[in-house]
Design a protein around this ligand. Structure first.
Ligand code: SF4
Ligand code: SF4
Length: 424
């Protein structure tokens, strides 16, 4: 790791960076500040660091980059900020600047440039990697691996793949309520194929025809979060071109992290004249599954349910500000069995690929989340993002509490509906 020899340059939107008035009201919402108590690991501190980097008052060296790297990108600070600071946009710009000019260790470079950028967004590449990881676990080879790799192995799910989704899934009820597109996601389609199938079934039962066009690509979140914005833009252009001709009422996504990026294509392509308007129109149609489904579609009399709690995926609760709809859907089938989770919107440490690049802080936040879950006595934890599912499952297993099930909300709703249908 070296200090950059390149000159500094403007990379922040000045008005947006000056919007921070240093009031500190965001500090208590920031998971890394809650853990370290270090001002440099707070939103206010990081904005100060970004501005100092831009103005050349601080060298682009390990110390400064460390505090920016440790940011989860969870954007809890945006919700807490009374001045409306758009922290996520500042962070993305700072990360792009860092990735272009800062030389990382060989290990971090491999993780970011190879594993995160060249494997995760490509289902055909991810499948053999997952197969090898499952085999290593089956053969009990974990002790042979370094701690980092052992941690990564705990995240690998059992085989939850399913046959690919049909291009057209007809509505299961009449009259037809509408026609929606479905984004399969790269991680979701490989690791949570059954959850995708459950999501489409729920939409069909609610009266929607679902189109899942082939040729979709990663939403670009994995690139945007690590500062590789041009590749994120390439993903955005491809997805826009694919969906815009389909005459859809909405484009549905069931992964919070992807949904947040899909809704921000307008910002991502704002300086690309031929695409800017198309990106805005695409983003306006994107809906999280939980904002599109309605509780009345699932109302049922279910008793004897175990306690159920809900973990707010950061990218649903913060950039998308969707907190009530998933709770309403859960309550529709779980009634009084629903219990609130303390600190439900504090990041679980997954944060996209953060648990690979920053395993130590990820583990601290995972422990914090598991402690809160166990306090509720819940036997089911529902959430809306693949990273959270994997992180929380792995944490419960480590804590000897694998009796607590962690379900995507689509699987939870479909399971409850099917049980109800089968009930005498
Ligand atoms: S709450 Fe907003 S304005 Fe106040 S310090 Fe945090 S980011 Fe800055
Ligand atoms: S994005 Fe999350 S971790 Fe980063 S500064 Fe904001 S609250 Fe803290």
């Amino acid at each position: 790791m070296t200090t950059s020899a390149l000159p500094t340059r403007r990379f922040l939107d000045e008005a947006k960076s000056l919007a921070c008035v240093h009031c500190g009201l965001c500090l208590g919402a920031c998971p890394t500040y809650l853990e370290t108590g270090n001002e440099n690991d707070s939103p206010r501190g990081r904005i100060y660091i970004m501005r100092a980097l831009e103005q050349g008052r601080l060298a682009l060296a390990d110390a400064a980059v460390r505090h920016v790297d440790l940011c989860l990108g969870c954007r809890a600070c945006e919700v807490a900020c009374p001045s409306g600071v758009q922290y996520g946009q500042l962070l993305e710009a700072a990360r792009e600047h860092i990735e272009e000019r800062f030389r990382r260790s060989a290990f971090q470079t491999f993780l970011r440039r190879v594993a995160i950028e060249e494997v995760f967004p490509f289902p055909a590449r991810m499948k053999p990697v997952l197969w090898a990881a499952r085999l290593a676990r089956k053969l009990g080879l974990e002790p042979l691996f370094p701690k980092f790799a052992r941690e990564a192995l705990t995240l690998v799910p059992q085989d939850t793949s399913a046959d690919g989704l049909p291009e057209v899934s007809p509505a299961a009820t009449t009259p037809l309520k509408g026609r929606v597109g479905f984004i399969q996601g790269c991680v979701m389609s490989v690791m949570f194929g059954r959850t995708n199938a459950a999501s489409v079934q729920l939409l069909n039962r609610a009266g929607y025809e679902v189109l899942t066009p082939p040729g979709q690509t990663c939403c670009g979140a994995l690139y945007a979060h690590t500062g590789v914005l041009e590749r994120a833009r390439q993903c955005a252009r491809r997805n826009i071109a694919l969906f815009e001709s389909l005459n859809l009422d909405a484009i549905i996504i069931n992964a919070a992290g992807c949904g947040s990026t899909l809704k921000e294509y307008g910002h991502l392509l704002r300086e690309d004249a031929p695409w800017a308007e198309r990106a805005q129109q695409f983003s306006a149609k994107v809906k999280d599954l939980t904002e599109w489904l309605k509780p009345r579609d699932f109302k049922s009399q279910i008793s004897n349910l175990k306690f159920i709690t809900y973990h707010d995926a950061c990218h649903l609760a913060h950039p998308q500000r969707i907190t009530q709809p998933p709770r309403d859907l859960i309550r529709a089938v779980a009634g009084e069995s629903f219990v609130e989770l303390p600190e439900s919107d504090v990041c679980c440490g997954s944060a996209g690929s953060y648990n690979l690049t920053e395993p130590e802080m990820a583990e601290r936040l995972q422990r914090r989340k598991i402690g809160n879950i166990l306090k509720t006595g819940a036997q089911i934890v529902v959430t809306t993002n693949p990273g959270c599912l994997l992180q929380i499952r792995a944490g419960l297993q480590k804590a000897g509490a694998s009796r607590v099930h962690v379900l995507h909300i689509a699987d939870f709703l479909l399971e409850r509906i099917n049980k109800n249908v089968q009930a005498p």
